[in-house]
Design a protein around this ligand. Sequence first.
Ligand SMILES: Cc1ncc(COP(=O)(O)O)c(C=O)c1O
Length: 385
Amino acid sequence: MCGNMPECTAILPVHVTAYLQDPGMMADFCIEKTSTPTSPERRAELLKDPKFGRVFTDHMVVIRYKEGQGWHDAKVTPRRPLEIDPASTVLHYGQEIFEGMKAYRGSDGEIRLFRPEANAERFATSARRLAMAELPEDLFLGAIEALLKVDHDWIPTNRDQSLYLRPLMISNEVFLGVKRADEYLFVLLASPVGAYFSAGCVPVWVSENYTRAAIGGTGEAKCGGNYASSLVPQQEAASKGCSQVLFLDARERRYIDEMGGMNVMFVRKDGSVVTPPLNGAILRGITRDSLLKLGRSMGITMSEEPIAIDDVFAGAASGEFVEAFACGTAAVVSPIGILRRESGEVRFGDGENAGPVALRLKEALTSLQRGEAEDSFGWVRRVSL
Ligand SMILES: Cc1ncc(COP(=O)(O)O)c(C=O)c1O
């Protein structure tokens, strides 16, 4: 037992520098380990084919925030349901944000994170947009370190798998009234995952009836509401035989924004790659940014330009656009085979296999993430346990 938390069995001093500079904030994570850990045999069974988002590790991190008190009560606890008052503000007004990132185990056995500071920064940006408390970067990174210290056996060794990390924050004040909440709860979950899409190309539906985000809205924030509103267009896509949705700009419904949970890139026949510019409505994808920089370092012309959907349909039909792919932490680089809309469809390449540019970019990115390529960008963080 330690601290003033009766269930706490150990204190884990996690290196959280900025945090330590502020004497008003705690420096340690209290550890409460599960009394019923998953057996190594069962874990090995689960890791054989975890799919995506169905298997969870034994523990989670919880940190609380209260106006006047700041962030406090940081714990690693057994993964269990949260107890929430039915009047908790998140259940009514949807102040909720999240992140998605991965821990990789390389063939050398080392554990690596890819640009975790960028996720911390985006989490803070999302918090500001939703008027929520900001979690300091060091605390965000410290939470990841604390969870990996306890649950690192869950990081798969298979090259196509990783440990998906899901930080999230909800407002948690007991109050009925639309205002900025005074209390927040940060939670970090971990889930061993395989590929987000099964092999092959993804058929994508162009949403002409629904938009995802308008300029001035919450498109740049990673908040639950953006995903809730994408579910009807997602259902529409499924009814058209497509597994993903491509959204157009909300003003003219003419230019491509992004997909429901990933950014999008197109390859011209000269091998150059183009993606829509960040316009305030598109999520600032870390994979998108990494591919732009990585591609340029490989000699590929990578540009950010408005892309009219009609030009893509015409260009795919004429052979000007030869590849299209989605990119994101979950999807990595996933080729788009078919783009379909009410008035017809176009194919990229043979419609079934990834093209050479997507394959090159994917290989370059994944070798970096797994520590197989030199990290000239300084993006990879080794986790020492
Ligand atoms: C709407 C949306 N766009 C793009 C992305 C890709 O972002 P990232 O590459 O940081 O995972 C995601 C995934 O987080 C997303 O949800």
